[in-house]
Write a protein that binds this ligand. Structure first.
Ligand code: AMP
Length: 214
């Protein structure tokens, strides 16, 4: 099992890039945000606990999300190439991931950091629309669905995420700098960090990611 990490601020385009990479290169994408939103929607015990953290733009405790990701990877196929979107977000989560990989013989191959400035993040998040059913991501101006407000893939009505308000985004950016900075430093120290310019068209960004991994 090989793991590639997709790191970047909220709104840096990780989800959109991950979906393209899944189609193009056969990665299996695991998004910690999607796992948590699904747990919240189903009101599982983890989901109930995670909900208030997510609503205020804080990180969900490491134990909850670390356990979810660990279970998923342990149950996974040994030949799978995973792309982790949004995990790890703390150094503790990185260590938990390395523990799981040590147990199931997996390898942490690379980490791609999508870099964008704060203004672009706010613009992207304010216009972001998502499909609550299949998690496809759109933008009200730059990545519109074929039919206004309807998911191209499954026909479900698109929604705006509850934590995609400007106030919550500013909070999430602050959390990202404070808590995820250590993960970036740790990946750099392990000589596995690839920095990618996150400005521009999705296809171009995906190309940059692939070139950085080649
Ligand atoms: P995302 O969809 O990646 O922007 O995540 C949405 C929210 O889910 C975040 O603001 C956090 O509250 C929570 N979350 C997602 N991934 C993690 C993680 N790895 N650790 C802690 N909280 C997370």
């Amino acid at each position: 099992m090989d793991i590639t990490l997709l790191l970047g601020a909220p709104g840096s385009g990780k989800g959109t890039a991950a979906a393209r990479l899944e189609k193009k290169c056969g990665f299996v994408v695991v998004s910690s945000g999607d796992l948590l939103r699904d747990a919240v929607a189903r009101q599982t015990p983890d989901g109930v606990e995670a909900q208030s953290y997510m609503e205020r733009g804080a990180l969900v405790p490491d134990a909850i999300i670390g356990h979810m990701i660990g279970e998923l990877l342990r149950a996974g196929d040994s030949g799978t190439q995973y792309l982790l979107d949004g995990y790890p977000r703390t150094v503790k989560q990185l260590e938990m991931l390395e523990d799981v990989l040590a147990h199931c013989g997996g390898t942490l191959k690379a980490a791609v950091l999508i870099e964008v400035n704060d203004e672009l993040v706010i613009e992207r998040i304010a216009g972001r629309r998502v499909c609550p059913r299949c998690n496809a991501v759109y933008h009200a101006v730059t990545l519109r669905p074929q039919r206004e407000g309807i998911c191209d893939h499954c026909g479900t009505a698109l929604v705006q995420r509850a934590d995609d308000t400007v106030a919550t985004v500013l909070q999430r950016l602050e959390v990202y700098r404070r808590q995820t900075g250590g993960v970036i430093e740790a990946c750099e120290a392990r000589k596995m960090l690839h920095r990618v310019d996150g400005n521009g068209e999705v296809d171009i960004i995906v190309e940059r990611i692939l070139q950085s991994l080649a």
